[in-house]
Structures are given as C-alpha cells and as structure tokens.
Ligand binder design. Sequence first.
Ligand code: PMV
Length: 362
Amino acid sequence: MIVEEFITKSYPKTIEEGKVAWESPSNIALVKYWGKKEHQIPANPSISFTLSKCKTITVLEFSEKENKTDFSFDVFLNNEKKDDFKPKIETFFKRVEAYLPFLKNYHFVIKTENTFPHSSGIASSASGMSALALCLTSVDRMLSKNHEHLNKSFFNKKASFLARLGSGSACRSIEGSLVTWGTHEAFAESSDLYGVKYPFEVHENFKNYHDTILLVDKGEKQVSSTVGHGLMHNHPFAEERFKQAHKNLNDLIAVFKSGDLDAFIKIVESEALTLHAMMMTSMPYFILMKPNTLQVINKIWAYREKTDSKVCFTLDAGANVHMLYPENEAKNINQFINNELVEHCQNGQYINDKIGLGAKLL
Ligand code: PMV
C-alpha cells in the first residue's frame, strides 16, 4: 500500500549535515483504538486528549555518508547508547523509506529522552515515535524547500502519517488538544492514515482538563500492543466492538458541545472497561488490571457518589489508571489522591498532567 500524496519525488537541495529537535507529547484515548488491519490501518476510529507534561524530546543529527545502500543510525536514551531500540527503528525506517527517500543517504544520531521514567509503565511509543517522525519530516522539509512541504497543515499531516507507521496511536500526538484518527462518517476530514484535529465546538468544561496518571504497576507489559491488536482478528465480539466505537465517537460530538460531564464519564469509563473486556475475552486471554487498579476504580466511584465530583477514569493496555477531571476540581482531587489513592500506587508515584497543544519544534 503506497500513498502517493506523501511521497517526496525529488529533493532540489543537498545538505551535508544538520540537526533538528522536536518535543512531542503522549496522548490518552477516550474512544480506544484496539484492533488493526494491514499497514497500521485502525479497525475503528478513536479520539484522544493530547497530553502536555508526558513527552519525548528527540534531537536528530544527520550527516551524509558514502555508502547509500543501507540504513545507518545510533540511538541514545538519556545519553546512553541503546542498541536494543535499533530493531524497532529499523522496521520503522523500512516502512517509511518510500516517503522519505533521503533515509539511506545519511547517518543519523538519534538522542532521545522522556519526561517520565522509562520503566513507569507509561507507553513511550506515542511520544517517541511522533517525535522521531517530526524530526524526519523536518529533514524532508529542509531538503525540499520551496514546495508544498512549507505548508504547515501538510507538514503535520505527513508527520502524523509517518508516526502512525511507527506506532498507531502516535499519529494522534502531533497536534492538540483533541485528535481523531480513523474514518468516521461524522468527520468529513477524518482518515485512517493520519490524525486530525477535532473540528467541532468544545465546551469550556473541557478546557485545561486534567489527567493524573496513577502508577499502579510499573512492570513490563504482559502483552505487546502488536500482539494485543492481533487478538481482535477473529475475536467473537470484534464487529460489535467496532460498531460501538463509531457510536461512542459520534455521541461525544454532542457531549463536547454541551459540556455534559455525566455523559462524558459514561462513554469514557465504558470505553476503558470495554478495552479490557476485549483482552479478557480474546484467545489467548489477558487480565492487565491489577488488584490496585480495581481498588482505585472503586474509590473513584465511591468519591463520585459522596461528592458531586465529575472525576472519571480511563485505562490503556495496562494497570495504570488515568484520572480525568475538570480544572475546577484540581485542588479537591489532589487531596483525594493524597488521602486515599497514593497507597495504591507503586512507591506512591503519580504524574499530574493536563491536556496540551501538541508537539513543538525546539
Ligand atoms: O499505538 P499502539 O499500537 O501502542 O496502541 C495503543 C492502544 C491503546 O493505547 C490501548 C488505545 C489507544 O487508542 O491509544
């Protein structure tokens, strides 16, 4: 599958060496992407809040090389050489080579760091792959001066398209603060190939929405997301699940417009539990929640019951809990976390984040 629109035909310029740096955030899905087709095409549309504090900072140095037949690069995480990251990047380079024909002309030094601990159980693939895709799109633009690559909207589209080929959800990290990915009839511009900014009205209630990530379990992932997505093939409930994602995304349009937080909570929590229900009912099956995940969820429900709080939870493919709440509750929720929830976090750790505006060129 080759998408003509994103192929750079030729480069009018030559550059011997250079350097570019981007920071790119993580994102948290409200309607979950779970299940994919060939070429990283999602089985259903999704939508996410772009985060602001949890991000990857990547510096890409490139220098022209003699031998132009192979990829050549070194990767560093926090200034430490990471050869174990190379296979994933090599696979990514192979997938995007058709769109970035300069890739074999240069040796690259990729220096990357995350603002969150690597072993925190927070997936760094969305922020990491989007930061790398943005750096490479910048090189593409430097070499292509004076044509459509100068256009910001095309640049973001191409970066999102490339990020998707690295890790699906990474395509939702380029812009903020709400991004959809996957074709959906209510969104004329939506695409399976890249993320697009949410185009409709968003109520004040969602401005500066908070996401506190409770680090319940920092262990290695029990199931990689590639394997996880694969389990949706021939899953007995797959078709109904994909239909439900379309409906939930559609229903969110009215919720974002009206600011109805009760309706928001119902959709978001149901999505999180459905994602885990899919894992629990696939073959093989998995339970990625831990006892502390359930403790936290029950305490969030009890807290909502006894106060008029609009806090809710969501989960990704792991045990950590994302607590989502409006800005005006930040103080109370912080107290609630310190009084009742830190005891369920490994080493009492959690990360206070909120929705953000997307990636930044440094
Ligand atoms: O981008 P991937 O392949 O790691 O998949 C991410 C899947 C979820 O985080 C579980 C859901 C989502 O939409 O982000």
